[in-house]
Ligand binder design. Structure first.
Ligand SMILES: Cc1cc2nc3c(=O)[nH]c(=O)nc-3n(C[C@H](O)[C@H](O)[C@H](O)COP(=O)(O)OP(=O)(O)OC[C@H]3O[C@@H](n4cnc5c(N)ncnc54)[C@H](O)[C@@H]3O)c2cc1C
Length: 819
């Protein structure tokens, strides 16, 4: 056994071996895998082995497609068979809403270059003669799908890694981990200590226990999961070809052929958590007691869907545990605050995802960043709010909803409300319809008196539509009040703060009392964060950003401090997202309202656009920023949690005669459409460069400081981007009785009949009365005025004409927010 390695992967399930293979393939050959027992001895060995590409998140779908394509490669490298069958996959819809869902998936597949397409019911019957096609309204077929043998795949990965120079140590439990002063980890195993520069927790069912060895609690929960295998069926034996794998969403069933039998699995509503607090150390290649009572209603449905099953006996029941994160996606990446400790856990569909997880993690470890945005899988997308209780409630919700539609305007109910601000009750009494992000409740819109305080989940325009329109109008014509507790806020202070921020932020730092927008870049020059930075005094800065990003951004700050060896007495960086709350007032009357609340000079000269002040507002100490995301004159007024409700009361009391109206996140996002403003995680994310995203002017490659990604950004800015973020105005046409649908996100964009790009977000710009999409399209089209009218966007199966608008629809010169 080696005692000194570059990387040590702990856990020999399908996730761990894939990481080991990718590390070795990318050149980190002095890597080892440590397995407690036999390879596969966690969730892996008893998996059903079904493999799918379709996933609502496009980047996860890409990684699933990569994983499926990898099986031929690892078979060839290792010489070990994966029993790789690719009869294709059928996704079945039995409701109109599910048909819409499949239309969205098919649309996404177009721009991702995947083959999923609708097939007729006759074709369904040809691919799978057991199916009673009368039960369905439509079906999507993906030729890449199929199934594999779990232990074949695991051994193929491991043998491939070994051939490339990596080593695998079986029957060697890890008992403890300690970190050396130089940041390397001593891994104390049954057979001795291994020192590793980098350690990766891929311990699956025991990932929580491995985390606890270093003082972290990973938000994941093991759930029981069952599938059954029927007795042999003559209809399968006689078919003469292999039947496609299937997902029947409304039936809540997945199937594949197993010899001449059929394997059926379900994500039952009464999903059962397993080993809630800790996974027993003596659990290994064992199954749990079958519980057919939980399955019986699905078997009845299955008999309607495949009548031949009425006569088929059950030959075998498999009940085994696997792990779920609160949102069902894996938890991967460097753990914040624990240098060189990485995690790849909660991989709930390992045979669809582990290849992509291994690829991204190896790239991240070796190159410093994965090749695509992995926010949806990043372990740091959660924060302290994701406690054990939260995880318990949310992971179960996710399990039982695995085959249910989550609509784009839908807010899931488990663990709600979880975090609230002191103004929650007051806003609730004013009709707030709530959403949650990063565990915190925030108002989406306000239902007027007499209107139900709820939004109907839909792919189309919802009951919120007229009320959001009214909130937009109120802001544009008077003054609106928005709670902004859910924005992320950070403070950087100390004698070294200026130099430190200059080494991270791509823009120049603002002068005292001023604000500046600044992207943060990845080493390859892509977008890592999008922050507004303000200087309070020479050594004190505030930074504001996306509410989804506190843990990820803090990880970035802390990593930079470590990389530059900056001591704590030089710079402190604090996440103030929880303790700073506040309100935004926006609209032409907002200056008048602010003036009534403070003695400070708030004239256009006293408090200029992009000024930042510490000042009393409504008797409350605040940090007030004159900044606007709505495109109107507006202010963001931050205060501590203890003052938050008092400030709201003061603002409301001062608004006499001004028709102050509450507005929520939906109006906030609608107004940015008519300004062409992007948001983090949609238009701005690590998939794009600043030049592509229109943030080039905020990247100063000529500044003296060496910020992350500077050289890559210089090269890209000089060359010019190949694609650009643009605003499209869509003619959404006649709804035909179904209700009007705007673009949401991830719709393909066509020009001249060719798929040329995709939508990052879409919706209705209420004040301008236009259906708008922000989209990335080739620069040659974006820059060609003659091309502006020739776009089309596919919305729920319809190609809708779209026009590229070169200027914002509302106040193109930006006079209102500056005036
Ligand atoms: C019934 C069932 C059916 C499924 N069907 C499918 C399917 O059809 N398709 C699909 O994609 N997925 C399926 N899955 C999910 C799939 O099994 C998991 O996603 C996958 O196995 C997770 O692999 P893993 O490597 O992350 O974790 P695990 O398989 O749990 O591996 C973790 C490994 O770490 C080792 N380990 C733990 N602690 C230590 C320690 N202290 N020291 C050393 N080693 C340690 C363990 O022994 C184990 O080998 C199914 C799961 C179940 C339960």
């Amino acid at each position: 056994m080696k005692t000194q390695v570059d990387a040590a992967v702990i856990g020999g399930g399908v996730t761990g071996v894939s990481i080991l293979y990718h590390l070795a393939k990318m050149g980190m050959r002095n890597s080892v895998l440590i397995e407690r027992s036999e390879l596969t001895a966690g969730s892996t060995w008893h998996a059903a082995g079904v493999i799918h590409t379709v996933n609502s998140d496009p980047n996860i779908a890409r990684l699933q497609a990569y994983t499926l394509d990898l099986y031929a490669e690892i078979q060839a490298v290792s010489g070990v068979s994966c029993s790789f069958h690719r009869p294709g996959g059928i996704y079945l819809a039995s409701t109109p809403e599910r048909l819409d869902y499949l239309r969205l998936e098919r649309a996404k597949a177009r721009y991702m270059g995947m083959d999923a397409d609708f097939i007729s019911m006759d074709e369904v019957a040809n691919l799978h003669p057991l199916i009673n096609t009368d039960e369905y309204l439509g079906a999507l077929f993906e030729p890449a799908d199929g199934h594999i043998d779990p232990s074949g795949v695991t051994n193929a990965y491991a043998q491939s890694a070994i051939k490339l120079g990596a080593e695998v140590y079986r029957h060697n439990p890890v008992h403890d981990l300690t970190q050396r002063p130089d940041g390397a980890w001593d891994i104390h195993t049954e057979n001795g200590t291994i020192t590793a520069e980098v350690v990766i927790n891929a311990a699956g069912l025991w990932a929580r226990e491995l985390g606890r060895m270093v003082g972290i609690e990973l938000p994941l929960l093991p759930m029981e999961h069952q599938y059954v295998i029927t007795e042999e069926l003559a209809e399968i034996a006689d078919f003469g070809a292999e039947m496609a794998v299937t997902i029947d969403y409304e039936g809540n069933l997945y199937t594949r052929q197993e010899g001449n039998s059929l394997l059926l699995g379900t994500y039952e509503d009464a999903g059962k958590p397993w080993a809630v607090d800790t996974t027993p150390l003596d659990f290994g290649m064992r199954l749990l007691t079958p519980d057919l009572d939980r399955f019986v209603d699905r078997l009845e449905v299955a008999q309607d869907r495949m009548p031949v099953l009425a006569e088929a006996g059950i030959a075998r029941v498999v009940n085994g545990p696997f792990t779920f994160a609160p949102d069902g996606n894996p938890l991967i990446g460097p753990v914040p605050g624990l240098p060189n400790y990485w995690v790849a856990a909660a991989v709930m569909a390992g045979f669809c995802q582990a290849g992509g997880v291994g690829l991204c993690l190896a790239q991240w470890i070796i190159d410093g960043e994965p090749e695509m945005d992995v926010y949806a899988m990043d372990v740091a997308r959660f924060g302290d709010f994701a406690t054990k209780d939260y995880t318990y409630l949310k992971s179960q919700e996710n399990y039982r909803r695995r085959f249910k539609i989550t609509y784009p305007n839908e807010e899931l109910p488990a663990a709600r409300p979880w975090r609230t601000t002191p103004s929650y009750d007051a806003l609730d009494a004013q009709g707030a319809v709530w959403g949650a992000s990063f565990g915190l409740e925030h108002a989406l819109w306000f239902a007027p008196e007499g209107e139900e305080q709820a939004e109907t989940p839909t792919f189309r325009r919802s009951n919120a539509f007229p009320h959001v329109a009214e909130e937009c109008r109120a802001v544009r014509e008077g003054v609106g009040l928005l709670e902004i507790a859910n924005f992320a806020k950070y403070e950087a202070a100390g004698p070294g703060a200026e130099a430190f921020l200059d080494s991270i932020l791509a823009n120049h730092l603002p002068k005292r009392g001023r604000l500046a927008l600044s992207p943060v870049l990845t080493p390859e020059g892509r977008l890592a964060a999008d922050l507004t930075v303000g200087r309070l005094d020479d050594e004190r800065f505030m930074l504001f950003g996306s509410g989804a990003m506190p843990t990820i951004t803090m990880r970035l700050f802390l990593q930079r401090l470590t990389d530059l060896g900056i001591p704590g007495d030089q710079v402190t960086v604090t996440d103030r997202s929880n303790d700073l709350m506040g309100w935004s007032i926006a609209g032409p009357d907002s200056r008048q309202l602010l003036g009534r609340l403070t003695d400070a000079d708030v004239s256009n000269h006293g408090l200029r656009f992009r000024d930042l002040r510490e000042m009393e507002v409504g008797g409350v100490p605040t940090i007030t920023a004159r900044i606007s995301f709505t495109g109107e004159l507006g202010y963001e007024i931050y205060c501590t949690e203890g003052h938050h409700e008092a400030l709201r009361v003061a603002i409301a009391a001062a608004a006499d005669g001004l028709d102050l109206r509450m507005f929520g996140g939906r109006a906030f996002l609608s107004m940015r459409f008519e300004k062409g403003f992007g948001v983090w995680n949609l238009e701005f994310r690590p998939d794009f460069t600043p030049a592509e995203a229109g943030l080039g002017p905020f990247v100063k490659v000529d500044k003296a400081a060496d910020f992350i990604g500077k050289e890559a950004a210089r090269a890209e800015l000089e060359a010019g981007p190949q694609r650009r973020l643009v605003t499209l105005v869509i003619d959404v046409g006649d709804p035909g009785g179904d209700g009007i649908a705007d673009a949401i996100h991830d719709e393909p964009v066509f020009h001249g009949g060719e798929c040329v790009g995709f939508v990052t977000s879409g919706g209705y710009a209420h004040y301008s009365q236009a259906s708008v999409a922000l989209a990335y399209v080739p620069t040659r089209l974006a820059d060609d005025p003659a091309a502006a009218d020739g776009f089309e966007v596919e919305i729920l199966g319809h190609l809708r004409p779209a026009r590229l608008v070169a200027e914002p629809l509302y106040d193109p010169a930006g006079e209102r927010m500056r005036g």
